[in-house]
Unconditional design. Sequence first.
Length: 232
Amino acid sequence: MTTLTSIWPLHGLTLATPRLALRPIADEHIPAAVEAALGGIHDAGKSPFSSPWAEASPEELGPNMARWYWRCRAESTPDSWTLLLGVWHYGEFVGCQDIGAKEFATLKTVSTGSWLKKSAQGQGLGKEMRAAVVLYAFDWLGAEVAESEAAVWNSSSLGVSGSLGYELNGLHRHSWGGIVRDVQHVRVTPALLKRPDWVLRVSGHEAAAGLLGARTEGPLPGVPENGPSAGA
Ligand SMILES: CC(C)(COP(=O)(O)OP(=O)(O)OC[C@H]1O[C@@H](n2cnc3c(N)ncnc32)[C@H](O)[C@@H]1OP(=O)(O)O)[C@@H](O)C(=O)NCCC(=O)NCCS
């Protein structure tokens, strides 16, 4: 039978960690994402993002977020994709973990970005969700490098990177909405990654990976497959 998931298999992908489930944001999840963002992500006037999207008025935030989810989905091809994963903490939508790549088949490099609503920050969830996508990229998609970046003052984002073994990859001057920002780039390889002591559980990989231009087989040799985990 033809279903939306058979047409767009990314909708069937789930990454599960001990406390979290990460799934591509579908239309029915957009209200929960908007509500989480409306609850607050960062202090006023201190946007950690290259575009200060979370500072839009409540009237604009929802349509802007919906446009962003639709645009990333619509523009994703095996050659250039951005996967916006909703993050559920025991059933509650708490944030978003992005992973994207260009020419993945050649470069085997992914980049990530994320946010959590304020009330979910500082409990190790940011590290757990970043670890989930990096493990998926390295162990299942066959990535060789994962990159990220954060404003130099963003200790929590750089804290996540540092605790997972990322190394510094240069200080860059970026224009964020016309304002110059010093941005710290970081990168990690499978050899550098400080692996968590839990096993990532993945479902829906084979069909999804085809849309990501990546290997569709199960995890690389030596990687435990869907082992025991507390469950989200
Ligand atoms: C960035 C973000 C996703 C991190 O998630 P989090 O759940 O708050 O962070 P965690 O609790 O997982 O912390 C992970 C590590 O960073 C460290 N850390 C967290 N906040 C820190 C801070 N303010 N200063 C120094 N280290 C910090 C923790 O000690 C932990 O290290 P450890 O495992 O060695 O103990 C989250 O804070 C957030 O959404 N912030 C607002 C949006 C944002 O900045 N997004 C990133 C844009 S680049």
